[in-house]
Design a binder for this molecule. Sequence first.
Ligand SMILES: Nc1ncnc2c1ncn2[C@@H]1O[C@H](COP(=O)(O)OP(=O)(O)OP(=O)(O)O)[C@@H](O)[C@H]1O
Ligand SMILES: Nc1ncnc2c1ncn2[C@@H]1O[C@H](COP(=O)(O)OP(=O)(O)OP(=O)(O)O)[C@@H](O)[C@H]1O
Ligand SMILES: [Mg+2]
Ligand SMILES: [Mg+2]
Lengths: 253, 253
Amino acid sequence: MKIISVVNQKGGVGKTTTSVSLAACLAELGHPTLLIDLDPQCNATSALGVERLEGKSLYPVLHGEAAPDDMIVPTAWDHLSLIPCERDLAGIEIEAASMDDRLYGVRKALDPMRSSERFRFAIIDCPPSVGTLMTQALVACDSVIIPLQCEYLAMEGFGSILQYIEQIKSATGLPLPIEGILMTMYDSRVKLSDQVISELRTHMGEAVYQTVIPRNVRLAEAPSHGKPINAYDSGSTGAAFYRSLAKEFMARN
Amino acid sequence: MKIISVVNQKGGVGKTTTSVSLAACLAELGHPTLLIDLDPQCNATSALGVERLEGKSLYPVLHGEAAPDDMIVPTAWDHLSLIPCERDLAGIEIEAASMDDRLYGVRKALDPMRSSERFRFAIIDCPPSVGTLMTQALVACDSVIIPLQCEYLAMEGFGSILQYIEQIKSATGLPLPIEGILMTMYDSRVKLSDQVISELRTHMGEAVYQTVIPRNVRLAEAPSHGKPINAYDSGSTGAAFYRSLAKEFMARN
Ligand SMILES: Nc1ncnc2c1ncn2[C@@H]1O[C@H](COP(=O)(O)OP(=O)(O)OP(=O)(O)O)[C@@H](O)[C@H]1O
Ligand SMILES: Nc1ncnc2c1ncn2[C@@H]1O[C@H](COP(=O)(O)OP(=O)(O)OP(=O)(O)O)[C@@H](O)[C@H]1O
Ligand SMILES: [Mg+2]
Ligand SMILES: [Mg+2]
């Protein structure tokens, strides 16, 4: 099982939308995929129409009270499973006392599953802001996807997420490669967008996915129906572009 | 000086855009206003075209190494001043060891200014995620503005920010009233929006501002020019709606 964390400390850039949509499109291609909701907002859990349940999250696993397998719930779609989230998970920010916990908690929690054949991929949706949960997701994963909104305030912080990843790499000795950089919410009316994208391709080259996700209202509507985009509106541009992302992702795996 | 914190743990809902635009429009009406950037992303600082400088933020004040007055910098606009941010501020999440620091650090740091006549209002821009910086801003302020995107995932978390404010009120005994709830990025094409707004007005009544900020690309472009919306494009709908918010805000103050 390959573990991929979807991170960006900037808020509202499409981390949850990308985690849920990519996981659903990989499952649609027949690859058994596990989505892990590591954001106490529990957005990925509700976007798949799953009820939040106390005790059903990585929280008890991080406290050594349960095995990760016990936290896996099925979803309404083939090949797609979920480890839900609960609000208590926010407590980890303060509870992870020792430095060891601060870094390796999630990695240790997921280790029992790493060699399992049950899932081909696990995708971790992360909260905004640099904190304990984002840090633990970076230490736990095999590679990182960075969704990046094509707007100025979002680009400003891009350097600092790359810097933070370098800090994690030197603190742990883990390789932590970039799986890909995904431009999201592209709106051709925002003058800056095209400039932002071409500058990024110059600096980051192949790391930037060819697929650029456009702004598409169906993506904003899908979570209220508790369905990923390919189930909510299979014919939408949102579904088409996330399917093309899944194909591009598979070409690299 | 009245201190107002702009908070919402959900990312990308317009906290920075609202803090900067409201502060600029209040200054335009002639009310001396101080914007305080408490988000290590430093988005409010760059949105006003101010350089990030090491040691120029609330960070040294929180460590007792400087007075808040020393951190105030002028901006290019009359009646508008700024306490900038620096990346080091993120360290507070881990450094604020004792419970006392975790709650009262920013309140103590700003106390010397509270009775000053220099500014009529101070507006604090907060980071996403429930963490030490957001908590300290809630404890430090006289009232709270909650920007709320008219989309499902943003509405989902609305209950938890209200709950968190109640927790702060009972932990500190502070009144912490809601200054107002601001609907942002309204897009009439997102089917859900109108339903979200009318439901909110039913539950929260007068707390919800009459002004609803529409999605307007000029607001997304303004930060790249280092100017607030009323300076970047005074004739835009973004400027018009934030001016009407400033008037509504003044009607309550
Ligand atoms: N391509 C898109 N087009 C239109 N709306 C989108 C798109 N991608 C995401 N959205 C909407 O924008 C909002 C922000 O997206 P999302 O919640 O996925 O971002 P996030 O980075 O996970 O936010 P947070 O930082 O709070 O975790 C949501 O309401 C979502 O439905
Ligand atoms: N009404 C609007 N219309 C169009 N774009 C907007 C509007 N308000 C904000 N934006 C843009 O949306 C993005 C998110 O807004 P902003 O950064 O203010 O949110 P935030 O809540 O401060 O984010 P964070 O959670 O990262 O602090 C920014 O690129 C901003 O320029
Ligand atoms: Mg999210
Ligand atoms: Mg912000």
